[in-house]
Design a protein around this ligand. Structure first.
Ligand code: GAL
Length: 327
């Protein structure tokens, strides 16, 4: 039985390989061009020209324990990733203590200033009391990002953060504000500040992400259970200011989002169709560097969003068509 399943799977792989495509395999080790598992946890993606850049927490075990790292990878097809640079190698900039954290880095490209601006959650370990965003800038997408400052967006606590760039180019931060809920706020023109609140949802959610699809905004988030997965939820609204629908499950709740936690939704617009990819992290708290990625095309439309059971899949970037194989 096992042999048959393996043979079938190998056949599928061979088919994809001969078609010039290799699958995205949710939950598997994902080697970069050097053969090393990609270190872009809690990450985000931007597209420049035809190239995608993936940024995330680099939790490599050989790292200097006093520093925090963010790595950047590039890809033309979202499946094969080339390591570009450890774009952040930072020592505690705010006297936060030995176990300080730099999490969920997200990079925005500002078309006016031409700068790359990174936001990340910066905190001290004991209770995450600093609850602030760190801002970095760089003149090139994969250069060495310089730490600029930290602050609480609009004066509010901010832990997990997410990014959203709308079809008109406006850039937003989604952040978890423990006393109040889930906020979406617009960045200033130069992206160096958080300027305007779009909405405050009273739900306590983190790992926030937004996509604008077919005239509706969809927001997703996870519950606050630390590294342990939980049933992630979604809501919809005609605009970022709301009114937002109630939050519903985006996967069978008993699967705890198939063991993952949301970090971003990536919209790929092709000639035939548009695919929205759920990007989640399967955390391994004891061996963080081995945390996996759960990327799957979402079933989306008409106010509904659903994460299908994870299986290997391919994406044709030209047509936008995603094809799921059998696992
Ligand atoms: C999660 C959060 C992660 C990390 C973790 C630490 O809730 O999404 O980014 O902060 O808690 O326990």
């Amino acid at each position: 039985m096992v042999v048959v399943a393996n043979a079938a799977f190998l056949g599928l792989l061979a088919g994809w390989a001969s078609a010039g495509q290799l699958p995205i395999n949710p939950g598997a080790v994902w080697p970069d061009n050097r053969g090393q598992h990609i270190q872009a946890h809690g990450g985000g993606i931007i597209k420049l020209g035809d190239t995608y850049y993936w940024f995330g927490e680099d939790r490599s075990p050989e790292s200097d324990r006093d520093k925090r790292y963010v790595s950047c990878y590039s890809s033309a097809d979202l499946a094969h990733w080339t390591f570009r640079n450890q774009v952040v190698k930072l020592a505690d900039p705010e006297n936060l203590g030995r176990r300080w954290v730099l999490e969920r880095p997200k990079v925005f490209h500002n078309p006016k200033t031409k700068k790359y601006v990174m936001y990340a959650h910066i905190d001290g370990k004991g209770g995450y009391q600093f609850a602030s965003v760190a801002v970095f800038t760089c003149d090139s997408v994969d250069g060495d990002y310089q730490y600029l400052k930290s602050f609480r967006p609009l004066g509010h606590e901010s832990r997990d953060l997410g990014q959203f760039v709308d079809d008109d180019g406006s850039a937003y931060l989604i952040f978890e504000d423990r006393p109040f809920g889930f906020r979406i706020a617009k960045l200033s023109d130069d992206y160096l500040n958080v300027e305007k609140e779009m909405c405050l949802m009273p739900e306590h959610l983190e790992g926030g992400a937004v996509v604008h699809y077919d005239g509706l905004y969809y927001v997703i988030g996870s519950g606050l259970t630390g590294w342990r997965p939980n049933p992630n939820k979604y809501a919809t609204a005609p605009g970022l200011t709301g009114p937002w629908s109630e939050f519903k499950d985006l996967a069978p709740p008993e699967t705890n989002t198939y063991g993952s936690q949301s970090t971003m939704m990536l919209k790929v617009v092709g000639a035939k169709t548009t695919t929205v990819i759920f990007m989640g992290d399967i955390w391994k708290p004891q061996t963080q560097w081995d945390s996996r990625y759960l990327w799957m095309p979402l079933e989306i439309g008409g106010g509904k969003l659903w994460l299908p059971e994870p299986k290997p899949w391919t994406l044709d970037l030209k047509t936008g068509v995603a094809q799921t194989g059998r696992s």
